[in-house]
Design a protein around this ligand. Structure first.
Ligand code: TAP
Length: 479
């Protein structure tokens, strides 16, 4: 494991122009919250306060929903698709132009390595806006009826793991379909959503089409329970998703939920082992494992178990943990003290229940929130680390003998978001993909995303799809 050093950050944070405080973005302007409440957003790698951010109360949410309703009625809802597309293309281009700045901001506020923010998150954000811009004037060909109509006002609540990418997954299809939005980013990562608000101003987006209400869970609750919200899109934990589903029962609201996961990454004996080990590392350590579709359960065929384990340990010894703004960093900071406590607790439970814990030697910085890349062997299906989402850089390793056993173990979870299969045999890939109860099945790759591909879960991983043509369906009423 690489020793942590304060290497000079080549992607210097000086390219972001942080304000000391941010208001709410309502009706095209930054405004003060009605009761003046603010909260601090902190860099998880240094514990430095980055900025103060407004905390939206119910009156602020009400103001934002009213602005979105007016914009829907007066401009956006009746604007020809080709004109909506122009705005979306403009937004996509500005995101590309401001890409480095957005990547640094994301890395600072979230703790993710700059290399990932720069090469994965922000390019995918721009790609999402380009992709849905292309749909805006072709909705009648999307397969949802001859004259599909937007629902109206969408209330969108997103988590902290991919702050700007989740925003793009929510806002781009909603706007392309003609809805207006009120979005609540996660409390610990509001900054790129606020930068996006500036981008909306820069793109001359009509006021009220996009509104950003920052705050904690109570703000999200005020948004999803607001009577004038037509459509709710939520990404986050299964517990909060269930509470939202209960709260909207019997109302006019449509809901899509993208929730947790406990994906199996399945390695067969005929797989190219070096490639599979790269896929295992990417599957669980990408974004510190703060990934809903992370390959957090490794299922290895018994005959190659020792080989895979030895190779994985060697590879883990080369991972650099440390300053997210250093381009050489592979693993950044854990997003919050609460998330760190959860990862520590579940890892301790793993040991107490009898699994064996291993990390490569690693010096972690004193300030900030850190957890070393960790694997557990000797894991049984009954262990909590095999059943519960840890949402951190912690891998539970199990073995199997036959493909049928691999399927049984992979599907033995209340979740069903994603899975990975590593094998040379094309026929086995197809057989496995058919049997795995997972919304996404990757073959000989993992954590690969594309705006054209639908993404979403089975079982307790939620319902509805985001991405691709399917992602429009949630934002269109059929006629
Ligand atoms: P949550 O605690 O559920 O938070 C998600 C969002 O909901 C945050 O903005 C949160 O605000 C807000 N919220 C909290 N309580 C609420 C309530 N009662 N009503 C409305 N909104 C409320 O999840 P998290 O810890 O941020 O994110 C991690 C979870 O998200 C993991 O389980 C992960 O698997 C899942 N996730 C799923 C996906 C997909 S695509 N399926 C993608 C990413 C993450 P605060 O931030 O202020 O608490």
């Amino acid at each position: 494991m690489g020793k942590f050093e304060y290497a000079p950050a080549p992607e210097s944070r000086s390219i972001v122009d942080l304000r000391s405080s941010y208001g709410l973005f309502v009706d095209g302007e930054f405004v003060e919250p009605k009761d003046g409440r603010m909260f601090k957003t902190v860099s998880p790698s240094s514990e430095e306060v980055l900025a103060e951010v407004a905390e939206a109360g119910p009156q602020d949410v009400d103001r934002a929903v009213a602005a979105a309703r007016t914009a829907f009625k007066k401009t956006w809802g009746s604007m020809p698709g080709r004109d909506r597309a122009k705005y979306l293309y403009r937004i996509a281009r500005i995101i590309q132009e401001r890409g480095r700045e957005l990547a640094v901001l994301e890395s600072l506020d979230n703790g993710k390595p700059i290399r990932e923010a720069r090469d994965v998150d922000i390019p995918l954000v721009a790609a999402h806006f380009f992709y849905y811009a292309g749909w805006a004037d072709k909705l009648e060909y999307a397969g949802f009826g001859a004259d599909p109509k937007p629902h109206g006002v969408a209330g969108q609540v997103i988590p902290w793991n991919f702050p700007m990418l989740m925003l793009a997954w929510k806002i781009a299809p909603a706007l392309a379909a003609g809805n207006t939005v009120v979005l609540k980013p996660a409390e610990t990562t509001p900054l790129t959503a606020l930068a996006f608000a500036e981008i909306c101003q820069q793109a001359d987006l009509p006021p009220g089409v996009v509104n950003i209400v920052t705050g904690a869970g109570a703000t999200g609750q005020a948004l999803v329970t607001h009577a004038d919200v037509d459509k709710i899109a939520f990404t986050g934990s299964t517990d909060v998703g269930k509470a939202i589903a209960r709260s909207v029962a019997g109302t006019k609201k449509r809901v899509t939920l993208e929730l947790g996961g406990k994906a199996a990454n399945i390695v067969f004996e005929d797989a190219p082992i070096d490639q599979a080990v790269e896929g295992i590392v990417n599957g669980i350590f990408f974004n510190q494992g703060h990934v809903c579709c992370a390959g957090s359960r490794l299922l290895v065929q018994e005959s190659v178990y020792e080989e895979v384990l030895a190779s994985l340990k060697r590879r883990m010894g080369t991972l650099n943990v440390g300053d997210p703004l250093d381009k050489n960093t592979d693993i950044g900071a854990i997003n919050s003290p609460q998330q760190l406590a959860k990862i520590r607790m579940l890892s301790d439970v793993g040991e107490q229940e009898g699994a064996e814990r291993w990390s490569a030697p690693c010096d972690l910085p004193e300030r900030g929130y850190w957890f070393p890349p960790t694997i557990f062997t000797g894991v049984s299906q009954a262990h909590r680390i095999a059943r519960e989402e840890i949402f951190g850089p912690v891998l539970s390793i199990l073995t199997f003998r036959t493909p049928a056993e691999a399927i049984e173990k992979a599907n033995n979870t209340p979740f069903g978001l994603s899975a990975g299969v590593w094998t040379e045999k094309g026929s086995r890939i197809l057989w496995m993909a058919d049997k795995l109860r997972a919304g996404v099945v990757w073959a000989n790759t993992f954590n690969r995303f594309d705006p054209t591909s639908p993404f979403g879960g089975y079982k307790e991983s939620g319902y509805g799809r985001e991405g691709g043509r399917h992602g429009l369906e949630a934002y269109l009423a059929k006629h």
